[in-house]
Design a protein around this ligand. Structure first.
Ligand code: C2E
Ligand code: MG
Ligand code: MG
Ligand code: MG
Length: 276
């Protein structure tokens, strides 16, 4: 019995793997066509100054609407990275974010910053030139663009990362270290990289203010950032209690469902109208 059961489990496992593999293949070919079919859209989540609660920027978050359903970036970004599609998708995200940012400025909204997520696959030779081209084409000021990079993106090739970061610093493009605390970069590297901002990962914000470990980690990150003159933003803020903790420890900015979910560009403009 044990033997036949084992075989059944194995067959079940095989079937499960096959299902996963074919879903991946299907998704990959669908993603290949998503750009030309106009199925990609950017949503914008406002970022707030913690002290006066003014909107100081937004993060562009990619959405893929396929066959009437939204597929999560957590699912399709890894696929896009494995297949190389992330290069054309990433270019589209950058251009669309900058185009939108420029349009808002033209409409008279003084939105200081649009933050764009950058995949490790994009962050290599030629990326600086790509960003320069897009800024020129869209007329979006370099000083209003922020690139969100992860620790693994920077640690992949430390020398190249240092060079790219200095190049961006030189033209005034801002850089933020996304999901900070979840990767493995060492603190020693923080001072070598020309970064502007640390973005504390939601994993730590989640536990505030009841989890003493998350409290300690968050307070330490804010302390390090202050000493290194880095700006700070907390992501995934959902409650007043989290906000109060972050305020007490001097976090500069906040972003999360407590304030707003990511919004379509139309809804984001409505929000800007309300507060201006
Ligand atoms: P991320 O950059 O850390 O983005 C934050 C994620 O947290 C977003 O999920 C956002 O919708 C979600 N979030 C924001 N506030 C809250 C909150 O208060 N509570 C909770 N539970 N969640 C909140 P999303 O949009 O599903 O994106 C997931 C990840 O996909 C992003 O993580 C980013 O790594 C990646 N991603 C999204 N757009 C792009 C893109 O254009 N390019 C690249 N390379 N990656 C992207
Ligand atoms: Mg991000
Ligand atoms: Mg993040
Ligand atoms: Mg995150």
């Amino acid at each position: 019995h044990a033997k036949s059961q084992g075989r059944n489990n194995y067959q079940f496992y095989r079937r499960d793997l096959n299902a996963k593999a074919s879903r991946r293949l299907l998704m990959e070919s669908a993603l290949r066509m998503a750009l030309e079919r106009d199925e990609l859209e950017l949503y914008y989540q406002p970022q707030y100054n913690l002290l006066d609660r003014s909107i100081v920027g937004c993060e562009a978050l990619l959405r893929w609407k396929h066959d009437g359903q939204f597929i999560s970036p957590a699912e399709f970004i890894p696929l896009a990275e494995d297949s190389g599609l992330i290069l054309s998708i990433g270019d589209w995200v950058l251009e669309e974010g900058c185009r939108q940012g420029a349009e808002w400025l033209k409409q008279g909204f003084d939105l200081p910053c649009v933050a764009i997520n950058v995949s490790p696959v994009q962050f290599r030779e030629g990326f600086f030139e790509t960003v320069m081209d897009i800024l020129e084409r869209t007329g979006f000021p370099a000083s209003h663009l922020e690139l969100e990079l992860t620790e693994s993106t920077l640690m992949n090739d430390v020398n190249r990362a240092q060079q790219l970061l200095s190049s961006f610093r030189a033209i005034g493009v801002r850089t933020a270290l996304d999901d900070f605390g979840t990767g493995y970069s060492s603190l020693a590297y923080l001072k070598k990289f020309s970064l502007d901002k640390l973005k504390i990962d939601r994993a730590f914000i989640d536990g505030l203010p009841d989890d003493s470990d998350d409290n300690a980690i968050t307070a330490s990150i804010l302390d390090v950032a202050r000493h290194l003159s880095l700006e700070t933003i907390a992501e995934g803020v959902e409650t007043e209690a989290q906000l109060n903790f972050l305020g007490a420890y001097g976090c500069d900015q906040v972003q999360g469902f407590y304030f707003s979910k990511p919004l379509t560009s139309q809804d984001f403009v409505r929000l800007l109208h309300k507060v201006h």
